[in-house]
Design a binder for this molecule. Structure first.
Ligand code: MLT
Length: 302
């Protein structure tokens, strides 16, 4: 029997499945300080993005029964992975479950920006009828640049192709064999040619933004930028400058350096379509993530 702490909550079907197997699942949410003492009593911790498993917590659980940290999601930047593993604690994630949901959100932000949905939803509620301000552009025929061509990047590309877009992609692994409907290009070429750029890479190790003032300067005038990966990939000051100068026509942001978002310059900017880090927040993705968490636990302890 395992004691499992799902500190950021977990899909009910997964809780039920693990309970049926005889495990104890605690879905209480303990704050970071309490975790230091509490976590020693559990075999497994499952987290989403809110809980951070940093050195202080890992030190606090050293020598306890805790053997496995699971990030119910893709990005593991909220766990000090190498440090945990150096203390004999394994770290896993659920990379297979949320790709379609995140890709759909990318396309959602693209439509929102191209047709001013984010802003007209707001102004119409204020009683305004700004028809002449909302002359949009078609997505069909435009070029999407995908930075990072893993599972999510490929799902976004598949949908873009179906919308009549041309897709350029960049990936650390180089050109992907067999994916000839997409065009491999270097980062600079994507910056220069894409009408839309979407990011699908993890946070950079040194926390340096990938899209900074120099990168924005190389982009086409009127480009749209979408980020559903990690907030730190874009320098917010450079983005705001590019939005205000018209270099960037709009940004679709699901992730932010500080979450919940506090930066009012981003919050109130009319050229930003924003969502509160909900890329994986669909019923289907959460069901799959729950099942993947169960699978990870069963395999690990087998
Ligand atoms: C992830 O890394 O899977 C995403 O950021 C989604 C999330 O966990 O909320």
């Amino acid at each position: 029997m395992l004691k499992i702490l799902a500190n950021d909550g977990m899909e009910q079907s997964a809780v039920q499945h693990l309970t049926n197997l005889g495990h104890e699942v605690d879905t209480n949410n303990y704050d970071q300080e309490t975790l230091k003492t509490k976590l020693r009593d559990y075999d497994v911790i499952v987290i989403r993005s809110a809980t951070k498993l940093r050195k202080d917590i890992i030190d606090a659980v050293e020598g306890s029964k805790l053997k496995l940290m699971i990030r119910a999601g893709v990005g593991i930047d909220n766990i000090d992975v190498a440090y945990a593993e150096s203390k004999g604690i394994a770290v896993r994630n659920t990379p297979n479950s949320s790709s379609a949901s995140v890709a759909e959100l990318v396309i959602g932000h693209m439509f929102s920006l191209a047709r001013f949905l984010h802003i007209s939803n707001y102004t119409m509620r204020q009683g305004e009828w700004n028809k002449k301000h909302y002359v949009g552009t078609e997505i069909c025929g435009k070029t999407l640049g995908v930075i990072g061509f893993g599972r999510i990047g490929q799902e976004a590309a598949k949908r873009a192709l179906a919308l009549g877009m041309k897709v350029l992609y960049q990936d650390l692994l180089g050109p992907r064999p067999g994916l000839d409907e997409y065009h491999y290009a270097d980062f600079e070429t994507i910056l220069e040619h894409a009408d839309y750029i979407t990011l699908h890479i993890p946070a950079t190790a040194d926390n340096k933004p990938l899209l900074d003032a120099a990168a924005f300067a190389k982009m086409r005038d009127g480009v749209y930028v979408i980020n559903t990966s990690r907030g730190g990939l874009i320098d917010p000051d450079a983005l705001l400058e590019a939005l205000d100068s018209g270099k960037v026509a709009g940004a679709g942001l699901d992730v932010f350096i500080e979450e919940p978002l506090k930066d009012e310059r981003l919050m109130k900017h009319p050229k930003i379509s924003m969502t509160p880090h909900v890329g994986a927040s669909t019923e289907e993705a959460q069901l799959r993530i729950g099942a993947e968490v169960c699978d990870v636990i069963e395999k690990f302890f087998a």
